[in-house]
Design a binder for this molecule. Structure first.
Ligand SMILES: Nc1ncnc2c1ncn2[C@@H]1O[C@H](COP(=O)(O)OP(=O)(O)OP(=O)(O)O)[C@@H](O)[C@H]1O
Ligand SMILES: [Mg+2]
Length: 746
């Protein structure tokens, strides 16, 4: 694989520069690490040969361990660092190497691969055996804000093609906008000419007196006509610009809508594991700001391309025809303008990028504080948060002041360059007028043309900057659009009417691909069975039900529903037949009624009220200010935890699912309410497969079977009575809870 070879080659080159004695062909595999055992930054490489594992650090060989003396390699997470250890046969453990968290995935995978090699003497390279935070072509670390795209190696041609992809649906409108720009340009070229006629033939015509004496009316009509022509061309220019702006506004609004739809739809399609790599702030930024950047570019730059280039050519041609020396005279001092501009743009690109990062950080802080405002208030940390936000906002301010100051300093330079240009033009035309080779009208026309060269030149110096900005956004947008959804439905998935049998066969799952959360889980749940899932906090109960809902895919083994692998059932069909009441109830902002309708869009009012009644929610809903029409805020903050849970239960009831998942569904309810809705829950679980997770074990008494998870796998299975007799983990948990409740009663 190109990816791996490149990484490997980089490390091999480093070994050669270190004069490492190990022969290249003896190296089975190798990886880099960046911390010594004592946590000091180190440039190190671990080598695996068929006999030894060798540790190099900062150019020196540190350690050699015979493979025959190693039992196994162990990967460990520490605070802020990761480590690979070797269990040596005498029962001793030594730390092989340490690294920062950015190496976590690489070291985790390498540990696995090294262990396979210990056992079977086999080593297979894959993309995980090279760090995924660097460009495979040039080895530069990816910038977080660009996703997995290296700005050095990405082809500009490809980016243009992608930009075109975005614009293509609007190509005709864009062409129309550009044509209008050309029309308005032609008009602006005509104006100085009419002006020249006005000045030379009327205002500054030495023979005007004799002409008036000859035929006053003719002179007057000619003068009026020239004036009207100026007025007419101005009005026409105005109308054309208006039409062009309207067209571009439409194109802009259209593209931003298309783009946002594209990015948003894609984000919706991504799996939970794909999504959890990016923060909410980052995703929002991509949907909102990056698309805005592309829209701005399309609106303000694209229609100008054709127009301004034509303007530059048109004016230059006019000047060359009229007096080519004038163009040279004007262009001579231009470097004075262009050079400081280029320098400014180069600096501003860096500052702009820093400013972007600072403002994104500032937004993230704001987002964090607002979404956790209740915690902030509860802990009384308003002042601390204000200071934190203040510092971030100050940084944005400082950077923007720096940027603006540089720009302000630059403006006089540009003006100076232009002033010199104008001065030289004035001198040149003045001398010509004095020598009698040029009229005042001609001189004023030529000055107007010369002034028209400046616009395109300014734009051309700006264009690298604008391109840079839009490419950054295009990269980030396509980083999302190109992300392969890792859980797309296969071609031959089926829509299945689920009966309700769930089977886990050797299912192994890990969130980060390194540490397993569940390992070799084997469970078979019969249709209609009510199963309680029990285990210590963090053992993987919620994870297990996430797998049933297929929010994540297992890394190993399979999950079957009615004998069909869930990966062969279409996601829509699977999820539409699963009802959930989750640990953290999410309600959308909207009315209570809308939130209930979310579960079943075509439910009648009676159905909804019945479901709410069964879930014990009707009473409190009726007490709300607007009953079912009461708007509940973001995340349903105006409802209490128990009320939210009852709405969620009603939602699950409405769905009438074949498989019901209750993750701490009654945890926020007091004993009285729980008793009240226990009967309805009993109704709810009747005739459907139910997996219920509860810390309050008494609520699982009615379960047909209880599954106890421990140490990443199933530890005990049986009915309440059986497990109590067994006196294992479940027994321990029940006893501990009884003890607790006894103590709290005392
Ligand atoms: N999205 C995630 N990414 C990475 N790790 C996760 C994620 N969700 C959970 N984990 C980790 O997986 C392990 C199992 O978590 P899980 O939520 O399944 O536990 P649980 O048994 O439901 O605990 P509790 O009883 O407290 O709800 C925990 O160590 C947790 O830190
Ligand atoms: Mg949980």
């Amino acid at each position: 694989m190109e990816n791996t070879t490149f990484y490997r080659q980089q490390l091999v080159n480093k070994l050669i520069s270190w004069s490492c004695p190990v022969k290249q062909e003896d190296i089975v595999s190798l990886f880099d690490y960046d911390m010594s055992k004592d946590m000091i930054p180190t440039d190190g490489i671990v080598l695996l040969t068929d006999k030894k594992v060798i540790l190099m650090a900062d150019g020196n060989m540190q350690h050699e361990i015979e493979l025959s003396g190693i039992d196994k390699f162990v990967f460990r997470h520490d605070v802020g660092s990761v480590a690979v250890e070797c269990d040596i046969k005498e029962g001793e453990t030594i730390v092989l190497c340490r690294a920062t968290m950015s190496h976590s995935k690489l070291l985790g995978h390498m540990t696995k691969k090294f262990n396979v090699y210990l056992e079977k003497k086999e080593f297979s390279e894959d993309e995980n055996t090279s760090p995924d935070d660097r460009c495979p072509i040039c080895g530069t670390p990816y910038k977080k804000r660009h996703g997995k795209i290296c700005t050095n190696c990405v082809s500009k041609k490809k980016l243009f093609a992608r930009l075109w992809e975005i614009m293509r649906p609007h190509k005709w409108m864009l062409l129309a906008g550009s044509l209008f720009f050309v029309f308005s340009l032609l008009i602006s070229l005509i104006n100085p000419y009419i002006n020249k006629i006005l000045v030379d033939n009327y205002v500054n015509n030495p023979e005007i007196k004799s002409l008036i004496e000859d035929d006053k009316t003719k002179v007057f009509i000619g003068f009026l006509l020239a004036l009207l022509l100026t007025l007419g061309s101005s009005i026409l220019g105005y109308l054309i610009n208006l039409a062009r702006n309207l067209i571009m506004m439409k194109v802009g609004a259209g593209t931003i809508l298309d783009l946002r739809k594209m990015v948003f739809n894609k984000i919706q399609m991504l799996s939970m594991s794909g999504l959890s790599k990016k923060t909410t702030g980052e995703l929002t930024q991509r949907v909102i700001s990056d698309t805005q950047e592309v829209q701005n570019f399309i609106n303000s730059q694209i229609p100008n391309v054709l127009g301004l280039i034509l303007q530059l050519i048109g004016v230059s041609v006019m000047l060359i025809i009229y007096d080519w020396r004038l163009l040279i005279v004007f262009l001579l001092p231009l470097p004075l303008t262009i050079i400081p501009m280029r320098i400014f743009h180069r600096f501003s690109r860096k500052i702009y990028s820093r400013q972007w990062q600072a403002s994104s950080k500032c937004n993230t802080i704001l987002h964090d504080i607002f979404s956790g405002i209740r915690v902030v208030k509860a802990f009384g940390t308003e002042e601390k948060e204000t200071v934190r936000y203040d510092a971030a906002a100050r940084r944005v301010r400082d950077l923007s002041i720096r940027n603006e100051t540089r720009y302000a300093l630059l403006v006089p330079f540009i003006r100076f360059g232009l002033m010199i240009g104008n001065f030289m033009v004035l001198y040149y035309t003045g001398v010509k007028i004095l020598d009698g080779f040029m009229t005042v009208g001609e001189a004023s026309m030529l000055s107007s043309y010369v002034a028209m060269v400046y616009g395109p030149i300014n734009w051309l110096t700006n264009i690298p900057n604008a391109l840079n900005r839009v490419f950054t956004s295009v990269i980030r947008i396509f980083d999302i659009i190109d992300e392969k959804p890792d859980m797309i439905d296969k071609d031959k998935t089926v829509d299945k009417d689920i009966i309700g049998e769930i089977e886990f066969k050797n299912a192994t799952f890990s969130y980060d691909g390194v540490t397993d959360v569940l390992k070799n889980v084997n469970i078979k749940i019969r249709p209609g069975e009510m199963v309680g899932l029990v285990g210590k906090s963090g053992v993987g109960k919620s994870t297990l039900i996430n797998l049933v809902m297929r929010l994540y895919d297992v890394n190993d083994g399979s999950i079957y529903i009615d004998g069909t692998d869930i990966r062969d059932i279409s996601q829509h069909s699977l999820r539409s037949q699963i009802g959930v009441v989750l640990q953290e109830t999410i309600l959308f902002s909207g009315s209570v009624y809308d939130n209930l309708l979310y579960a079943k869009a075509d439910a009648s009012r009676e159905e909804i009220i019945n479901a709410a009644k069964t879930a014990g929610a009707h009473e409190f809903i009726m007490r709300l200010p607007d009953g079912y029409n009461t708007i509940i805020g973001e995340k349903g903050h105006t409802l209490s935890g128990g009320e939210r849970q009852r709405v969620a239960i009603a939602r699950a009831l409405l769905r009438n699912p074949r498989i019901l998942i209750l993750d701490e569904a009654t945890a926020s309810l007091d004993t009285e309410i729980e008793k009240q809705i226990q009967d309805s829950l009993q109704l709810l679980i009747k005739d459907r497969t139910t997996i219920a997770i509860a810390h309050r074990l008494s609520t699982l008494r009615n379960a047909d079977r209880i599954i106890v998870l421990d140490e990443k796998s199933v530890a005990e299975v049986g009915s309440h009575e059986e497990l109590m007799k067994q006196k294992g983990i479940y027994y321990g948990l029940v006893m501990a809870q009884r003890q607790m409740s006894k103590m709290s009663r005392q």
